[in-house]
Design a protein around this ligand. Structure first.
Ligand SMILES: [Zn+2]
Length: 416
């Protein structure tokens, strides 16, 4: 028996959990947010908040406390790392809560005898948390297939939890994604554990030490706690590689509905796949299309817009992206496509004219980019950023992330 997890109109987007960008590595400037997933630290946190530590707090800090307190006090989301939203019959969107170590969203397809989940987050405990939530809120049917849209850590490192829940699970990806996982997953994880996460922890601890705000110290402590939990968990890591691979298309047929797994060209990575459910008009897109700024670190700037055009020929209404809120129309998809195209054209022209990367980052402002100023893209991104990111104090400007995109387009311009 299926229970509808979320009867909200799916056109109502949930902006409180989006974020500006995803990175294949923990990001040195990741915007952090308190997600009181562990009761003991929640109690400590509340004690700090309620212990008179707010004397002299700024308006901004008080707003932050109110949001954090509301979160901590809300029993409905206790322990959950995701909001499960019903998209259509048998189709659910698991919208990830902000975490210091980012979890991707998942798409869940409930079929006649089993379930199919798209993408598996940054750690097995997050995937295990979703498995438990699916059981509580959606279906008791086992997850038979896990689809990895691409090889990045925040979409694959939770794979093993599905094997632990059901030995018969198969992992499906493109052959390219399997190759990239084989070649890069363990090395990237090692550099994250040895180098990037310790640096982020050091930075948070230094920030806490220099802060006079008890609330800011508590914020930093919670972020550090989440990162240390990640380090401890991932120290002992089982890489689960795809067990089923394909080059162009792979079909999962079922009496409930079909799932078409399709490669449409290079985009966010060399191996991105899309999952189309024609009967329910839903498309899971991984990070090739999502509600944050695109991440081009491993991307193909010249090819990406054409890949989106190719998949956009299909008939679908809902886009279930790897990050950010569910989309019930194609506005964000086309905004993102146009943004990548414009950035690529302008970086290419600038490079030809002999401009340095720093000069390009100065010239290509958010205000000057037509794609940012069209169809509400800047407003959408700014709102999702401000509403949803783990952060304390003012958000870094959107330009900060655009500058990362400019750097990556500059570096990867000629990848084909
Ligand atoms: Zn991602």
């Amino acid at each position: 028996m299926e229970k509808h997890a979320d009867e909200h109109n799916p056109t109502h987007s949930h902006h409180h959990d989006s974020h500006s960008h995803s990175h294949p590595h923990p990001h040195p400037h990741s915007r952090n947010h308190v997600d009181p997933e562990v009761n003991t630290s929640r109690r400590d946190f509340l004690r700090v908040l309620m212990g008179g530590a707010l004397a002299g707090a700024s308006v901004l800090e008080l707003a932050y406390h109110r949001a954090a307190w509301a979160r901590a006090a809300a029993p409905a989301t206790e322990g959950n790392l995701f909001d499960l939203q019903k998209v259509a019959d048998g189709v659910y969107f698991a919208h990830a809560h902000p975490q210091a170590m980012v979890n991707c969203n998942a798409a869940i397809f409930v079929r006649s005898k089993d379930a199919v989940v798209v993408d598996a987050h940054s750690k097995p405990s997050a995937a295990a948390s979703l498995i438990a939530q699916i059981k509580r809120e959606v279906t008791a049917k086992p997850v038979r297939y896990v689809i990895n849209t691409h090889f990045h850590w925040d979409h694959t490192q939770g794979n093993h939890a599905y094997r632990q829940a059901n030995e018969k699970v198969d992992y499906i990806a493109t052959a390219t994604t399997k190759q990239l996982m084989q070649d890069q997953s363990l090395a990237r994880l090692k550099s994250s554990l040895d180098d990037e996460v310790p640096k982020q922890i050091d930075a948070l601890q230094a920030r806490a030490a220099h802060s006079t705000s008890a609330a800011e110290k508590a914020f930093c402590a919670e972020q550090v706690r989440q990162m240390q939990a990640y380090q401890a968990e991932l120290k002992d890591y089982t890489l689960e590689l795809p067990t089923i691979t394909f080059d162009k298309t792979y079909l999962l047929q079922d009496p409930a509905f079909d799932l078409h797994l399709e490669f449409h060209g290079r985009a966010h990575t060399a191996g991105d796949l899309f999952v189309l459910c024609p009967q329910q008009r839903a498309l899971a897109t991984g990070d090739a299309v999502h509600g944050w700024l695109p991440n081009l670190t491993d991307g193909f700037p010249r090819l990406w817009p054409g890949t989106i055009d190719d998949v956009a020929r299909a008939d679908f209404k809902y886009t279930l992206g790897g990050h950010g809120p569910l989309q019930a129309d194609r506005t964000v998809m086309m905004n993102q496509r146009n943004y990548i195209e414009e950035l690529t054209e302008k970086v290419e022209a600038g490079k030809k004219a002999g401009l340095t990367l720093a000069e390009l980052q100065q010239r290509l402002t958010v205000a000057s980019l037509k794609s940012m100023q069209s169809n509400g893209y800047e407003t959408f991104l700014t709102r999702t950023l401000a509403a949803s990111n783990p952060h304390f104090g003012p958000m870094p400007p959107l330009q900060h992330d655009v500058n990362d995109n400019i750097r990556d387009v500059y570096t990867n311009l000629d990848r084909a």
